[in-house]
Design a protein around this ligand. Structure first.
Ligand SMILES: Nc1nc2c(ncn2[C@@H]2O[C@H](COP(=O)(O)OP(=O)(O)OP(=O)(O)O)[C@@H](O)[C@H]2O)c(=O)[nH]1
Ligand SMILES: [Mg+2]
Length: 456
């Protein structure tokens, strides 16, 4: 379980930059660094210097100087992985970085797999599984709220909730199992009731966490919002406005957009993936028909639709058909071109109130962004995301825990033998424990860490 070899990888993104960092972690890290580092001051040896110190020198390989570097030496256990760690800060060129890495590999380190440094931090007990996952969430965060939620998870907010819940369930389990040792004695009614109440509280806690799954998913994957409507209604103009730059081509010609265009944006802190689509009408030519097929596909895949309508031209039969096509979907009706005289009033009698906007003047955009943000969150997370929003893996395990607990509670009510109740409670304890990684399998860890970047 506990790895003993020494791993290395480039910790910074590939490409050109001012600096790059090559990490080395493991028992031999200081020795390996010593083999490829020539200090500027005589006598500085990575395995002899004090912990958490920085040293100037050169990386050399077979006598050849590869780069001028700063070497940071950090001894276990106060490091990211809890192991001896060396970080080499070198120049940020693609080739020079690779050559420094090659020198470290030649000195005896092994190339790290994706997420292997974080995996070691987990295996060495510095962080639990939800915190390890938060590292990946933080790196991939595409909005401010997403980054803040990941930081809170990394700080252990979710871990503490989970551990607290697990402790409560353990207590119940211990009580129930104690009674199993005396099969002739019935559990006293008041004890039974107290246990049942405790289980109810734990179950409420589980349900509360499960309610954050929707927001957790949006924070991690972004809310998919398709911009749909008739040709020329201003869909591409709206995309550009929401992004704040001219991403899509806008012309007065109906049928300008053919292919779907996807772009991410940060809307009131929420990560949102906007998809601009071809205007929906009877396709004129083959290319446009294919575009329209893709529009409908994008609309289907989206969680929210922005249905754009041009109020400055007379109402047409097609408008009603489209409104009809998307009823029942989570959508915002966007009445565009409010800077021009309107030809028709908003559809009245509909409970949906639209948002009046102008892509030319920008009026109404703030209201529209508020509406999109409101659709992103179900209101579980507040503005400051020091809260918890669970991910898909957590959701799956917690749901299993909740179901087992519900069965245990039902069994108690029905007077089913206590050993069966205990089995269900044990299942719940184990499922909750999986979230923080108390019970893991190699497979499960492989799956989690394979989504990490190299060098993390
Ligand atoms: N006056 C005014 N014109 C607008 C507004 N929004 C878009 N337009 C104009 O409407 C025309 C069509 O805009 P687009 O954004 O290309 O429309 P679209 O819905 O993407 O059109 P297709 O890609 O063909 O389906 C362009 O000439 C825009 O300048 C607006 O709010 N006010
Ligand atoms: Mg367009």
């Amino acid at each position: 379980m506990h790895p003993t070899d020494t791993i290395t990888a480039i910790g910074t993104p590939p490409g050109e930059g001012g600096l790059a960092v090559i990490r080395i972690s493991g028992k031999e890290a200081l020795m390996i660094a010593g083999r490829c580092f020539r200090p500027s001051r005589d006598g500085v040896r990575p395995d002899a210097v004090a912990s958490h110190t920085v040293h100037h020198g050169h990386v050399v390989r077979e006598g050849e100087v590869i780069d001028e570097v700063l070497l940071t030496v950090m001894r276990a256990p106060r490091t990211y992985t809890c192991e001896d760690t060396v970080e080499i800060g070198c120049h940020g060129g693609v080739v020079v970085t690779r050559r420094v890495l090659a020198a470290v590999l030649a000195a005896g380190a092994r190339m790290a797999g994706p997420g292997e440094f974080t995996r070691r931090a987990f295996l060495n007990g510095r962080i639990d599984l939800t915190q390890a996952e938060a590292v990946a969430d933080l790196i991939h965060a595409r909005s401010e709220l997403a980054a803040r939620a990941a930081t809170a998870q990394l700080a252990g907010h979710l871990s503490r909730r989970i551990e607290g819940m697990r402790d409560d369930l353990m207590l119940v389990l211990v009580h129930v199992e104690a009674h199993l040792d005396f099969p002739d004695e019935d559990i006293a009614p008041e004890t039974g009731e107290a246990l049942y109440r405790r289980m109810g509280v734990a179950r409420e806690g589980l349900l509360g966490l499960l309610r954050t799954a929707g927001e957790g998913r949006v924070l991690r994957q972004g809310l998919r919002v398709a911009i749909v409507g008739c040709p020329n209604s201003g869909k591409s103009s709206l995309l550009n406005r929401l992004l704040g730059h001219e991403r899509a081509i806008v012309t007065p010609i109906a049928g300008t957009t053919r292919d779907t265009i996807e772009e991410s944006a940060d809307i009131r802190g929420w990560p949102v993936v906007f998809v601009d689509t071809a205007g929906l009408r009877e396709g004129v030519d083959e290319v446009e028909r294919e575009g329209i097929r893709r529009s409908r596909q994008a609309a289907e895949r989206a969680e929210v639709l922005l249905h754009v309508m041009d109020r400055a031209r007379p109402w047409q039969a097609g408008d009603a058909t489209l409104l009809e096509e998307f009823t029942g979907r989570r959508r915002v009706l966007v009445w565009n071109k409010s800077d021009l005289p309107g030809c028709w009033e908003e559809i009245t009698g509909s409970a949906e109130c639209g948002v009046q906007v102008s892509c030319v003047t920008g009026s109404g955009m703030e209201t529209l962004k508020d509406r999109i943000a409101a659709l992103a969150g179900a209101g579980v997370l507040t503005g400051d995301a020091a809260e918890v929003a669970i991910g898909v893996r957590h959701q799956e395990a917690l749901r299993r825990a909740e179901e087992a607990l519900a069965r245990a509670m039902a069994a108690m009510v029905e007077g089913i033998p206590l050993d069966l109740v205990a089995i269900e409670i044990r299942m719940a304890v184990e499922a909750v424990g999986e979230v923080v990684g108390r019970t893991t399998t190699e497979d499960m860890l492989d799956r989690i860490f394979s989504t990490f970047c190299l060098g993390k």
